[in-house]
Design a protein around this ligand. Sequence first.
Ligand SMILES: Nc1nc2c(ncn2[C@@H]2O[C@H](COP(=O)(O)OP(=O)(O)OP(=O)(O)O)[C@@H](O)[C@H]2O)c(=O)[nH]1
Ligand SMILES: [Mg+2]
Length: 290
Amino acid sequence: MQKLIKNLSYIWNKFKNDRKSFWDELEEQMVTSDISINTASRILEEVKDYVYRENINNLEKVKSSLKQQIIEILKCNGDSKLNISFRPPTVFLIVGVNGVGKTTSIAKLANMFKKNGKKVLISAADTYRSAAVEQIQYYAEILGMDMVYHQKFSDPGAVVYDSVEKAKARGTDLVIIDTAGRMQTSYNLMEELKKIKKVICRRIDREVDEILLVVDSTTGQNARNQAELFNNSLNLTGIILTKTDSTSKGGIVITIKNDLNIPIKLVTNGEKLEDICYFDPVRFTELIFS
Ligand SMILES: Nc1nc2c(ncn2[C@@H]2O[C@H](COP(=O)(O)OP(=O)(O)OP(=O)(O)O)[C@@H](O)[C@H]2O)c(=O)[nH]1
Ligand SMILES: [Mg+2]
């Protein structure tokens, strides 16, 4: 993860001589860190308000006010935890565009629940690529988990139907569903995902417990558009932020939470099965400033 505000110390000398250009440059740095203009303005309005009200003249205090505003945005009101149903199986639907890290995040998540003694079933509803089934199969084998899959190009709705029925019959705690990231058009993809969602809801007789969008933290501001598109079709319950170990800027999650109010629930930071954790707004903010 890269520093969010790279040169705050460098532009600090402008604070005394030319305040306007200090604020402008700070805003520019935030925007190049994948924070949307809308979000950056909201943060800076609060920071400026504090600086002028308290007559602040100290870099550390400005920095700490910035951090505080970011933490406020990223904080969730109790909805950052994963929703586990008291009527098993709990069902998580994992969605996201091609290559963001859906399948590997599913393996990491399955491993996390398995370590907590839960029985997990993986549902290979990405029937668009045959390699997708093989990849899931590999993880299901090393994790010793049930898996449901059909032929390539078969109906993903049918895979999901079978998965939930099998989970019910076997007393499985959690079903995690992998989905395709690529389709001929995003319209086709959204229609297919909506259909999958409907199948799950009918089988469990409630809303899907989690619909998680996987966001590649190196994507930049385009990730906001992805989140908006998926959210409009599916009503997302949260975000899994991946690849935070690479040279990502991380600012995109501040934008997604501020502009779309979708909570960030999990973060992955490597390729090993253990490289996943719950999102912690304070730790995350410290990291992007450290
Ligand atoms: N360094 C690093 N690499 C990651 C992380 N998460 C995923 N990857 C890598 O990203 C690549 C794509 O991951 P997948 O899980 O296959 O992505 P996907 O979204 O399922 O891709 P499609 O099925 O093609 O849509 C793989 O090479 C992963 O190892 C992470 O947290 N850190
Ligand atoms: Mg995949």
